[in-house]
Design a protein around this ligand. Structure first.
Ligand code: FAD
Length: 512
């Protein structure tokens, strides 16, 4: 719809600033949408309820440590192809970040002594995996090679809005084989493809963990498009840590946004999306302030958007049907630790996954995730110290209805259990502790504004790959969603994709 055609319902408010686009939330999805649109000349306002930008990719500082709130294993900082979306998002607003390459994506510590590293070097990784499963040599290569096919299709084309027919037609004529390849993989899940080539049950469990550690569901429920991205890009663009911490990504995007005339307001909690004639036209803040825009984008989760910012009783049928397909994943119990440097033996890798019993992979406090970003950027901790950020799945229900004392005691006990298990890979951890802050699903809910503190949507049952994940437009005209409850899901590079797509769709809708 051309920009001018909506002026009829705004002209009764001539005294108010009308933006082209308001973005609710400054997660990476929201900021990529905002910067892309600002770079195209749109008048953009970002409203963020917290004090700083970034959401799950934010940071906080305590006693000389700078902790990443969530994400630490960062994809999308490659320097070639089209899937390096963080590099590209920053570049669009004349920004860049120095990054530090990581030679190993994950150091796995799995049941029955299955201890192996996912090296950036693809052949080295396959060789190490094949040493554990020599009888599956061919199956291993066939499975991971099929992931490369997905990645090569994605990496051949500009990743923009799949809701824009002219773009789809153009891309199809430019890259017909890549497009047909993607159409083939779109409805498939990684587990089906893994089982086509691999028979060993332990190796299939390993593939489950390879998926679970970022999709929080086993391979059978993990879309092949996402698996293709992750399992290939780690060897192509690689895992690269932003110097100064993950929070730098959002900080730089905000700097770029402002450079291009966009605005951001912090401590600006949106409580209502305003509609006129069923069209989203503005937002109201907790302090009563009202802003209007031609287009509204929500970077809050779909649950928060359609159950809190809009009246739940008016939820569109498409959202109800989405909720029947997807549910909230668990949140996390997070320990942000400062430790003496000698706790870590020489050669320790940055990212680890620990699991002692395959049956518990998806259980609360089952899989433990560890990131030690100071191995890449020592400036994030006081001299002679490291940061260990460790987290494990946890449900909000387990942290409700507790008195303040009970809550603190429960946090202490849970932290004690995690540290005890981590002693296996970091002997002396407990004795070397210098600082500890424990976050629960309640913390994630409070500081990230995410219903139940959820990590994001996961399929309720086996779905047809990514086909069930909505794009950016919603059933409410003028309202778009961006971030991890839209195609293609969780992870910084994924929500950046969603941001590129959302901005593209809006720019076309605004005739820009
Ligand atoms: C513990 C943990 C570890 C992770 N590890 C990794 C990793 O290693 N690699 C990786 O790629 N990904 C990782 N992720 C996932 C990744 O961080 C997320 O998928 C991604 O950051 C989500 O981005 P988003 O744009 O959807 O929004 P969010 O990060 O959820 O940000 C939304 C923003 O909107 C704001 N907001 C919400 N509601 C309102 C409102 N009503 N008014 C105003 N503002 C509002 C929030 O305050 C927040 O700033 C991890 C996540 C967690 C929690």
């Amino acid at each position: 719809m051309p920009a001018t055609s909506i002026s009829y319902f705004l002209e009764d408010k001539p005294d108010q600033t009308v933006f082209d686009v308001i973005v609710i939330g400054s997660g990476i999805g929201g900021l990529v949408t905002a910067t892309q649109l600002a770079a195209k000349g749109a008048k953009v306002l970002v409203l963020e309820s917290y004090l700083i930008p970034g959401g799950s990719a934010g940071y906080f500082e305590r006693e000389g440590y700078r902790f990443d709130v969530g994400a630490s294993m960062i994809f999308g900082f490659g320097d070639q192809g089209t899937t390096n979306l963080l590099t590209r998002a920053l570049k669009a607003v004349d920004m860049s970040i120095e990054t530090i390459p990581d030679s190993v994506q994950i150091d796995y510590h799995l049941p029955n002594g299955l201890n192996l590293k996912v090296h950036r070097d693809y052949d080295k990784f396959l060789q190490e995996l094949t040493e554990y499963f020599p009888h599956e040599r061919q199956g291993i290569r066939q499975f991971y090679n099929e992931c490369w096919k997905v990645f090569n299709c994605l990496n051949a084309m500009d990743l923009l809005s799949l809701e824009e027919p002219r773009y789809l037609t153009r891309v199809f004529f430019q890259h017909p084989l890549a497009c047909l390849g993607l159409v083939k993989y779109l409805p498939q899940n990684a587990g089906d493809i893994a089982r086509r080539y691999i028979k060993d049950p332990t190796l299939l469990k390993f593939i489950d963990m390879e998926c679970y550690c970022w999709s929080v569901v086993p391979a059978d429920l993990t879309p092949m498009i996402n698996a293709g991205m992750v399992f290939s890009d780690r060897h192509y663009g690689g895992i690269n840590y932003p110097k100064g911490g993950v929070g730098q990504i959002a900080q730089k995007l905000v700097e770029g946004l402002e450079k291009f005339g966009g605005k951001i307001q912090y401590k600006a909690k949106v409580t209502k999306i305003l509609k006129q004639k069923n069209r989203a036209v503005g937002v109201q803040l907790a302090d009563g302030k009202v802003y209007h825009a031609k287009r509204i984008v929500s970077n809050a989760t779909r649950w928060d958007t359609f159950e809190k910012l809009l009246p739940v009783e008016e939820m569109p049928a498409a959202e109800k049907s989405w909720q029947q397909r997807y549910q909230k994943s668990p949140s996390f119990l997070s320990l942000h630790l400062g430790v003496k440097a000698d706790v870590l033996s020489p050669g320790t890798e940055c990212h680890h996954i620990l699991l002692e019993d395959w049956q518990k992979m998806e259980a609360p406090e089952g899989t433990i995730f560890v990131s030690i970003p100071t191995l890449l950027d020592p400036d994030l901790a006081p001299a002679g110290h490291h940061i260990i950020h460790t987290f494990t799945p946890s449900w909000i229900e387990d942290w409700q209805k507790l008195s303040a004392t009970e809550y603190e005691e429960k946090k202490e006990e849970a932290a004690g259990r995690i540290i005890e298990r981590l002693e296996k890979i970091f002997p002396g951890l407990d004795a070397g502790l210098d600082y500890m802050e424990v976050g629960t699903p309640r913390t994630h809910r409070r500081f990230l504004g995410r219903e139940h503190g959820t990590y994001g949507p996961i399929p309720r049952r086996k779905l047809l790959g990514l086909l069930g994940m909505p794009f950016n437009r919603t059933a409410i005209p003028g309202l778009y969603c961006v971030g991890d409850s839209t195609f293609p899901g969780q992870g910084l590079n994924a929500v950046a994709f969603s941001g590129f797509a959302c901005a593209h769709r809006i720019a076309v809708d605004l005739g820009m």
